[in-house]
Design a protein around this ligand. Structure first.
Ligand SMILES: C[S@@+](CC[C@H](N)C(=O)[O-])C[C@H]1O[C@@H](n2cnc3c(N)ncnc32)[C@H](O)[C@@H]1O
Length: 216
């Protein structure tokens, strides 16, 4: 896998298995901030609890951790990933990130393994479960934010089905927000059918719209 620069200076990767990139080629870090962090209001939350579908290269996690550390808020982050990347690749990909040398990111890289990881400090509780999220038990009424970041619905359909969206909706606390880069009609309908209030937003440069959805 060869890292590829995106216009905002951040890197992404190409997945041979899914035939697409891990992030927006129009700005990987911008997508993580605008769609996921800000789209779910996590940058404003006093005690964020994030549930992520697809930990991937950990960019959404690092973006969320930066915001929590800057604001002096503890972050609780639970992610699912069935195909974990090697720690060396994660380190290489984020070598220029402002948190690259931070003890918490270094601890993540050190603890990272094929079985996932669990890390608990006063500032961060991070758990990455290495399993297919569609068969996993999800916490109910737990997440203030849900990052739905699988590969595209065409390439990775199982994480966008109406049934799975209903399970995701149940994991949100009332008032919690889900965000996803896909604005496909079927995805919006699945989220609405799960009882969420769906909002479509103007996309990043050159990209289609993205979607946020609130559990009212
Ligand atoms: C678009 S990438 C995620 C990028 C990541 N959120 C980041 O910030 O770097 C999609 C990820 O979802 C994972 N994935 C896809 N389907 C999955 C499933 N059913 N269960 C667990 N992980 C899945 C893929 O292996 C891939 O790492």
């Amino acid at each position: 896998m060869h890292p590829l620069f995106t216009p905002d200076g951040s890197l992404t990767l190409y997945s041979e298995r899914f035939g697409q990139h891990y992030h927006s080629r129009h700005g990987a870090a911008t997508q993580a901030r605008v769609v996921y962090l800000e789209g779910t209001r996590t940058h404003l939350h006093p005690a964020p609890r994030v549930l992520e579908v697809g930990f991937g290269a950990g960019l959404n996690f690092l973006t969320t951790l930066s915001s929590a550390l800057e604001r002096g808020r503890a972050l609780d982050y639970l992610a699912f990933e069935f195909d974990p990347l090697p720690a060396a690749l994660l380190a290489e990909l984020h070598a220029q990130h402002p948190l690259a040398g931070h003890p918490l990111w270094q601890a993540v890289l050190k603890t990272w393994g094929p079985g996932g990881l669990q890390l608990e400090t006063p500032e961060l509780r991070l758990e990455v479960r290495v399993q297919d999220v569609t068969g996993a038990a999800l916490p109910e009424r737990w997440a203030s934010a849900l990052y739905l970041d699988g590969f595209s619905p065409a390439a990775n359909p199982e994480v966008w089905t109406p049934d799975f969206c209903a399970r995701l909706a149940a994991a949100l606390v009332p008032g919690g927000w889900l965000a996803t880069y896909s604005a496909a009609g079927a995805v919006r309908r699945a989220l609405a059918a799960a009882g969420l209030e769906v909002h479509k937003h103007r996309g990043l440069a050159g990209k289609r719209e993205f979607v946020t959805a609130c559990r009212t």
